[in-house]
Design a protein around this ligand. Structure first.
Ligand SMILES: Nc1nc2c(c(=O)[nH]1)N[C@H]1C(S)=C(S)[C@@H](COP(=O)(O)O)O[C@H]1N2
Ligand SMILES: [Mo]
Length: 269
């Protein structure tokens, strides 16, 4: 497979377009499964006119929706002193040894079909650092069951999107008064394109979502995603992608590594 060092902007766009189509097929398979699931849901014993199967699912859904859609929902933050010094290293997909940090840049693709000027941008780590730093100490939760209080530092993704006028169809800065102008999702991918996630826009612009370049007050260690990772406390660990090289925007769900392996797409807490 291509690595970013050899990928031209045209190739990167084509690659992302292809990935999005593949994820669209996954979506259609999903519809078939949904129809089967619907038949199962209706088949449970009645509970006030609603099948018991359906009732169980509705209750679970409500919990999820409250967590995602409440504007007020903030993950609890801790004093830095509570942060574990020995931070666990978990996933290593897309974290191979053939990575040359001196050649790294953040490639941003507004949309594979975008005709606006600056439809592809290349930024360095200092462009990401040139914002007020936000520190986040919170309980990082992995879907596999472990959690750990850890301390991270970086740029709020919402600040970054505003400054570079990213995430909108028009190429204007995102503005809460014009939600219809915003893309529905942001996709992120490692340099070798082996690990990738999709984040819904609302979670991306959440005030605790960071383009993270520091851990424990120091430069992000290599195994934790140097030079740049996502820290998104309102989601499970899976969405906190390490070693980001590509960022792009889409109105359909970007491909997502763990979604393709059976986990739910949102991975919201
Ligand atoms: N590039 C990359 N990012 C990744 C993963 C991965 O395998 N590769 N694993 C994810 C998972 S499942 C978790 S729990 C967190 C773990 O972050 P840590 O290794 O800093 O503890 O990273 C996430 N980001
Ligand atoms: Mo995880």
């Amino acid at each position: 497979m291509n690595t970013d060092k050899n990928m031209t902007d045209e190739e990167a766009k084509r690659f992302i377009r292809k990935r999005t189509i593949v994820s669209f097929s996954v979506f259609f398979i999903g519809i078939v499964l949904a129809v089967l699931a619907w038949n199962w849901l209706r088949s449970g014993k009645d509970d006030n006119g609603i099948s018991s199967h359906l009732r169980t699912v509705l209750n679970a859904d409500e919990k999820v929706n409250n967590a995602i859609f409440s504007e007020k929902h903030l993950e609890k933050e801790y004093p830095v002193s509570k942060a574990d010094k020995d931070v666990r290293v978990n996933g290593d997909v897309g974290m191979g040894d053939n990575f040359d940090p001196s050649k790294w840049n953040l490639t941003i693709i507004r949309h594979p079909d975008c005709k606006l000027p600056d439809s592809v941008m290349h930024l360095g780590i200092n462009d990401v650092r040139a914002f007020p730093k936000k520190s986040m100490t919170f309980q990082f939760k992995c879907i596999e069951g472990w959690s750990q209080i850890s301390w991270w530092g970086g740029t709020k993704l919402s600040d970054f999107l505003k400054k570079y006028r990213l995430g909108t169809h028009s190429g204007r800065a995102p503005d809460s008064l014009h939600p219809e102008d915003m893309y529905k999702y942001i996709g992120f991918m490692t340099p070798d394109s082996a690990y990738y996630v999709g984040i819904d826009m609302k979670s991306a612009i959440h005030p605790q979502t960071l383009l993270c370049y520091e851990m424990n007050g120091d430069t992000l260690p290599m195994e934790q995603g140097f030079p740049l990772r996502l820290i998104i406390p309102i989601k499970y660990g899976v969405k906190n992608i390490k070693r980001i090289a590509y960022m792009y925007f889409s109105d359909t769900r970007p491909p997502d590594y763990w979604y393709e392996r059976g986990y739910e797409y949102d991975a919201a807490l």
